[in-house]
Design a protein. Structure first.
Length: 375
């Protein structure tokens, strides 16, 4: 009897389970890019543009030639936009695969708008929290439309997302997700997101937009972004070119390690040293009778020259972010909080005023581990 009862229960469970609210994959819209262009600052009204793959154009027997769709509407946020677009599109939006959030600089200069946009995405149960952020200094809709036209478009991932994955490990920009942006801002009050720009039918990403307390305050170029990436340990590899004794010399940088160290602290007079260790090998150097690099003294001379050049570049970058923008991008305050709690307790309440005046020294060391196959 018990066996019969068990069989009945199992059969009833099989018959009563199921996805009653299931939506087929081809009946969903998977946006991979969304842009915000400000229309009315007082009302917080935007022109929101969404690009998404046309699943009907994929597969062996496509029913459409347009691989990507772009649609816009006026709305207060992306969720309001999806609601309004529901009258024009028969399928439902699914934000779990959202890849890129493009913000116009008119939006980014308003702290309130920035907080509302990011809070909406971060609070939503479905929206992807690792969506990549970019800033556009032109019409966001134009950038998304240009991305659709770009050669070599990835129909599923999207051109912007493919570039932001930074497979080539470019140091000219540093990808930043919504989650990382919020984390950086909560920790140090500052963050940087890449800048996307159009050139006819091409998309380029270079440099960065500097934010302080969720508000855009300035820009940096690609080389400055490179220096910040070095000083914050966000570089996997890089190339470096210099001129040594009249000939071009290129290094392949393979390892970078940087960390701040408290040197002294008297009242609010703080001195910090950035220790930077750079390792690499000689990538190319001209072959000639008097240009051999087989001696230890020559290698050391090259190391010292490269270290001085890096140090000069780093000094300019630190002066920009510390004196002009007054943002703790290097997270020195976070270092003091973790490793010098007594000092941090004394300065944390006035850190915004103290940070621009602290003394930041540099100690850059370069090590050439290999010189290649020729001398």
């Amino acid at each position: 009897m018990k066996r019969i009862l068990l069989i009945i229960i199992i059969i009833s469970m099989l018959l009563t389970t199921g996805c009653w609210d299931m939506v087929e994959v081809d009946q969903r819209i998977y946006p991979y890019s969304v842009s915000y262009d400000l229309i009315d600052e007082n009302k917080g009204l935007y022109n929101i543009t969404i690009s998404y793959p046309n699943l009907g154009a994929l597969g062996k027997n496509p029913i459409s030639e347009e691989k990507v769709n772009v649609i816009s509407t006026e709305a207060y946020n992306i969720f309001d936009a999806m609601h309004k677009l529901s009258t024009k599109i028969e399928y439902v939006f699914y934000l779990n695969h959202l890849k890129v959030l493009a913000l116009n600089e008119n939006v980014a200069t308003n702290e309130k708008h920035m907080r509302q946009i990011l809070d909406g995405i971060y609070r939503d149960f479905v929206a992807n929290k690792n969506v990549q952020m970019i800033l556009v200094r032109e019409d966001g809709k134009n950038v998304l439309t240009t991305a659709v036209k770009t050669r070599g478009l990835s129909s599923v991932e999207g051109t912007l997302n493919t570039l932001l994955q930074n497979i080539q490990s470019s140091t000219m920009f540093s990808p930043k997700t919504v989650a990382n942006f919020i984390f950086d801002t909560d920790i140090s009050g500052a963050s940087i997101i890449p800048i996307a720009m159009t050139d006819e039918d091409e998309i380029a990403i270079e440099g960065g937009a500097v934010f302080k307390n969720y508000k855009l305050i300035g820009y940096i170029d690609g080389m400055t972004n490179r220096n910040i990436a070095y000083l914050t340990n966000r570089v996997d590899k890089d190339g470096f070119r210099t001129v040594y004794k009249g000939s071009d010399l290129t290094l392949m940088i393979t390892n970078i390690h940087s960390k701040p160290k408290l040197i002294s602290s008297s009242n609010n007079n703080i001195k910090v040293r950035m220790d930077v260790k750079i390792e690499g090998h000689i990538h190319s150097y001209v072959i000639g009778d008097d240009t051999h690099i087989d001696k230890k003294e020559i290698i050391e001379d090259i190391q010292n020259q490269v270290a001085k050049e890096y140090e000069e570049d780093f000094k300019k970058t630190i002066a920009l972010i510390q004196k002009q923008y007054k943002v703790d991008i290097l997270k020195i305050g976070d270092h003091l909080r973790k490793f010098e709690p007594k000092v941090w307790k004394r300065v944390k309440d006035n850190w915004d005023e103290i940070y621009p005046e602290i003394d930041i020294e540099l100690d850059v060391k370069v090590y050439i581990r290999r010189r290649g196959l020729t001398k």
